[in-house]
Design a protein around this ligand. Structure first.
Ligand code: IPM
Ligand code: MN
Length: 348
């Protein structure tokens, strides 16, 4: 039996989580998988009511689960930086989810803003380092609120953190067995310390994977190739900050935030799966948001748990549903949020 922690979170999070769970339950009954779901209240609403973000006691409890299924964290009435660092990043860091796995895949019948690009052209995976870099909150202010103010935010790369991420990416490219090509995306021409470490680590680990081709692209060039020649990419490995940025671009070229899902992976521990679109406050409680990103997050969760057949069935059913939808954009799908969930579940 799999024990799954559910954090529906804010905005449209609970709506898309509901549909994701509907599909997971349908898959469970078809493939004889046993789930036990436990809800946790954390998010902006809970914070405004109680002042609590993510207490350490909850973190301890979450360690006992097989996986976490997250909706969205973010609230328009909470100052930026509080919920993000004290809930989302705290989960990623404390549970040592050192990989953020973000597939960029254009499904048939999904519109991409890239002219003349087809599903066979847009199918790659970004392996984003998820525990270091500019994200760890190292730095501070000097002489704050004076004309002489100094703000420092440090970019941290450790040999340990970079190597485990790079190694994961090589293994992933090998297992994926598509182009068997791994591209390092960094900025070695400017970040001459942190990204020199990335570069050297990448070259060294590559020697253990002679069957995987290697490539390198600076991050600025990566955004250019993602638009011009996305078919060049198979697996991209990159830093936390650059991975954050290029995967929003990735989400757009695969058809938008309604589709894009990600996994925060600790291969030895508790992983967390989420639609990457955020809480979308303006669409909240209207039953118009696209739940497919949450459905695909559920698919990734099943894959990671080792339930490959059930995961593949969810993807197949979702592809069928996409074929009947008018658009992937909120409010323009031709169906409501709950209808899409019903259709994917029925398709199973
Ligand atoms: C993401 C988000 C988060 C990030 C924010 C909400 C902290 O943009 O998951 O990509 O920057 O990692
Ligand atoms: Mn982001």
């Amino acid at each position: 039996m799999y024990k799954i922690a559910i954090i529906p979170g804010d905005g449209t999070g609970p709506e898309v989580v509901r549909e994701g769970l509907k599909v997971l339950k349908a898959a469970a009954s078809k493939f004889k998988i046993d789930f036990e779901f436990t809800d946790f209240p954390f998010g902006g609403e809970h914070y405004m009511k109680t002042g609590e973000t993510l207490p350490d006691s909850a973190l301890q409890e979450l360690r006992k689960f097989n996986a976490i299924f997250l909706g969205a964290i973010g609230h328009p009435d909470v100052k930026p930086g509080i919920l993000e660092t004290q809930i989302l990043l705290k989960l990623r860091f404390s549970l040592d989810q050192y990989i953020n796995l973000r597939p960029v895949k254009l499904y048939p019948n999904v519109e991409t803003p890239l002219a003349n690009k087809k599903p066979e052209d847009i199918d790659f995976v970004v392996v984003r380092e998820n525990t270091e870099d500019l994200y760890i909150g190292s730095g501070g202010f000097l002489r704050k609120d004076t004309p002489q103010e100094v703000a420092v935010q440090e970019m941290i790369a450790t040999r340990f953190g970079v190597e485990r991420c790079v190694r994961y990416a090589f293994e992933y490219a090998r297992k994926r067995n598509k182009g068997k090509k791994l591209t390092l995306c960094a900025k070695t021409n400017v970040l001459i310390y942190a990204h020199d470490l990335w570069w050297r680590t990448f070259q060294e680990v590559a020697k253990e994977y002679p069957d995987v081709k290697t490539d390198y692209a600076h991050v600025d060039a990566t955004t250019m190739w993602m638009v011009k020649n996305p078919e060049w990419f198979d697996v991209i490995v990159t830093t936390n900050m650059f991975g954050d940025i290029i995967t929003d671009l990735g989400a757009m070229i695969q058809g938008g935030m309604g589709i894009a899902a990600g996994g925060n992976i600790n291969p030895q521990g508790v992983s967390m799966f989420e639609p990457i679109g955020g809480s979308a406050p303006k669409y909240t409680n209207q039953n118009v948001i696209n739940p497919l990103a949450a459905v695909f997050a559920g698919q990734m969760m099943l894959e990671t748990l080792g339930e490959a057949k059930a995961a593949a069935a969810i993807e197949k059913s979702a592809i069928g549903v996409i074929g009947r939808m008018k658009s992937q954009a909120a409010g323009k799908m031709g169906f409501s949020t709950s209808q899409i969930g019903d259709m994917v579940a029925e398709g199973l």
